[in-house]
Design a binder for this molecule. Sequence first.
Ligand code: CDP
Length: 205
Amino acid sequence: MQFTVAIDGPAAAGKGTISRALAREFGFAHLDTGLLYRAVGAKGGNAVLAAQGLTPDDLARSDLRSLEAGEAASQVAAIPEVRAALTAFQREFARRDGGAVLDGRDIGTVICPLAEVKLFVTASAETRARRRWLEAGEGAASYEDVLRQVRERDARDMGRADAPLCPAEDAVILDTTEMSIPQAVDAAKASVAAKLAELQGQKHQ
Ligand code: CDP
């Protein structure tokens, strides 16, 4: 069975938590596509060559989750040749047998426009900055610095010419500003379950 769940949205909106929960619940494979861009940014040197030659070892680096790696990722992600070099891998992953969840910025719009389920997970910049700041641990950066970075990254991701961050026309918008993690996860699970039931119903008609 091929079944793709596309989850897009800005930094620290809850995409990762929701994606992992969906993968566990429905037995789907999960790809955090941000990690690909983080690995390219962390490699340094020519970003296009880094993207074309990305290896599993590059993705296993322990420093990819840092605020700096996120910043570097967002810079290399604006280069069209970098995005092009990573497209085929993501599309193949999306159509693997058994179902897949991919989270990122352009999954529902560019990578998998025909995904069975599309969610756009968002939250206010202040809420997302607070989450990121708590995640990074005290002393890593001030809340104000994290908020500034979040806003800068949003502006860059939404303003770039190639594959800008925006909801697909048919995406379900999930604003997690006032939601607990279980509430957000339950809402996402309901979308997937409804689509699976619909496809199941069609098969039996
Ligand atoms: O975890 P967080 O939401 O902060 O970031 P991420 O998903 O790891 O992505 C880091 C950066 O990579 C983003 O700010 C985007 O610029 C870029 N990215 C992208 O352009 N397209 C994707 N599908 C995933 C990430």
